[in-house]
Ligand binder design. Sequence first.
Ligand code: NJP
Length: 232
Amino acid sequence: KDRIALITGASRGIGRATARLFAREGAHVLLLARTQKSLEAVDDEIKAEGGKASLIPLDLADGKTIDALGPSLYERFGRLDIFIGNAGILGGLRPLTHISSKTWERVLAVNLTANWRLIRTLDPLLRRSDAGRVVFVTSSRAASRGRAYWAPYSVSKAALEALAKTYANETADSTIKVNLVDPGATATAMRAEAYPGEDQETLQTPDEVAKVILGLSLPETKASCQIFAVDR
Ligand code: NJP
């Protein structure tokens, strides 16, 4: 039977590459992001390659909509095999004394709180899988170094790592495995926002990161509660 995989931030970058790779491997991928048009483009790519995809256009800052996701997926599929918490935003780079409350709250909502809400609503479905796999995409160096001008992003990723490890510990008596991937510099829109003018040809590709995420999502994966760095 098909593995059912939910991927957030699936409309571009690392999430899109992951969705396409998972679909090629035979998973039915549930593509979550805000922009319907971009999701449709990824859906077209996947279907052109003979894969299976469904769209979930949703703003991760909208908690109530996230809470309704578990019950609706339960009704449709009865379980979830893979959850990839990949979506993330930078929120601009500026001194923490110059960040608006709105930006602070939005970055924390999308990068952190949404992942907690997703796990809370998806946990019953993951427990119905024979090998539930969860991978969160983090940014460990930003999270641990307190790099100047990256405050809300760094704080959200540090807390995301704590969230992921907590969930790994709370599922240790189940078949669920929870890990983190730390991509490092990867050629995407977010990287271009942080480093404008950089030659993206020199960077690793989203496909390289997707392969690591796939490896951690396989039923034979034994690791849990680990952070896997990707950069070459
Ligand atoms: O980012 P980007 P990446 N609700 O900007 C979606 C981490 N990382 O692939 O909503 C729902 O190309 C957005 O879709 P849309 C990074 O922190 C990266 O580089 O339609 N979805 C899009 O699909 C992040 O966690 C690097 O705009 C929302 C996706 O998220 C992950 O890798 C290094 C949303 C973002 O695509 C993927 O980043 C590193 C919302 N409110 C960690 N807001 C790197 N690239 O170098 C955004 O260490 N999205």
